[in-house]
Design a binder for this molecule. Structure first.
Ligand code: GAR
Length: 197
């Protein structure tokens, strides 16, 4: 791993499987500053809208297969781009051992619910919000956590809550959760990366 201690510009890879609105928000947040650099976007989905966003943001983006993830293809992108830290922003695959070993305590994820509730395999995006509404929860929110070998089980770094009203649809909840993500994810990324050095 390459550590950019001297020029203080840690290089962050953003991983996303779908729309990538968090990716875009994060890149915009740091655009005018000089603290974090985002030289690489990776996805497991060639059709993900995040690739369109990457073009507009002028950041190279690549797709790897599930097999390529496990056999080191994704790790070779991370190495080539001298990535120091990995942010999962709407990324749906489990992180393989080769990447966990190369980035100990240097991978974080955002989850659209208050873990440990509504986590685990199959609990992503709209499925989470549908379950929250079906169970008549009165609150939901976001969890930012370190990534380990199990889905959504790494140590929790930060949580923020929003109210869920009886009349809220899953789409309403998704909107409230996205608002929390846009507000807090960039600043928590910065705090975590700073705490490493
Ligand atoms: C976000 O709400 C993120 O928390 C969630 O996917 C959405 C992606 O939105 N992640 C998960 O569900 C991971 N289990 P985006 O593509 O618009 O950023």
């Amino acid at each position: 791993m390459h550590l950019n201690i001297i020029n203080n510009m840690e290089k962050i890879a953003l991983l996303a499987s779908g729309s990538g609105s968090n990716v875009e928000n994060i890149v915009h947040y740091f655009k005018s500053g000089n603290e974090l650099e985002f030289p690489l976007i990776l996805s497991n989905n060639p059709d993900a809208y995040v690739h369109e966003r990457a073009k507009k943001l002028n950041i190279p983006s690549f797709t790897f297969s599930k097999k390529g993830f496990e056999n080191g293809e994704a790790l070779s992108f991370l190495t080539k781009y001298q990535i120091d830290f990995i942010v999962l922003a709407g990324f749906l695959l489990k992180i393989p051992e080769n990447i966990l070993d190369a980035y100990p305590n240097r991978i974080i994820n955002i989850h659209p619910a208050l873990l440990p509730k509504y986590g685990g395999k199959g609990m992503y995006g709209s499925h989470v919000h549908e379950s929250v509404v079906a169970n008549r929860e009165t609150e939901s929110g976001i969890t930012i956590h370190y990534v380990n070998e199990n889905y959504d089980e790494g140590n929790i770094i930060f949580q923020a809550k929003c109210e869920v009203l009886p009349a809220d649809s899953p789409e309403n909840v998704a909107e409230k959760v996205h608002a929390l993500e846009y507000k807090y994810f960039p600043e928590i990324i910065l705090k975590v990366v700073r705490s490493l050095y």
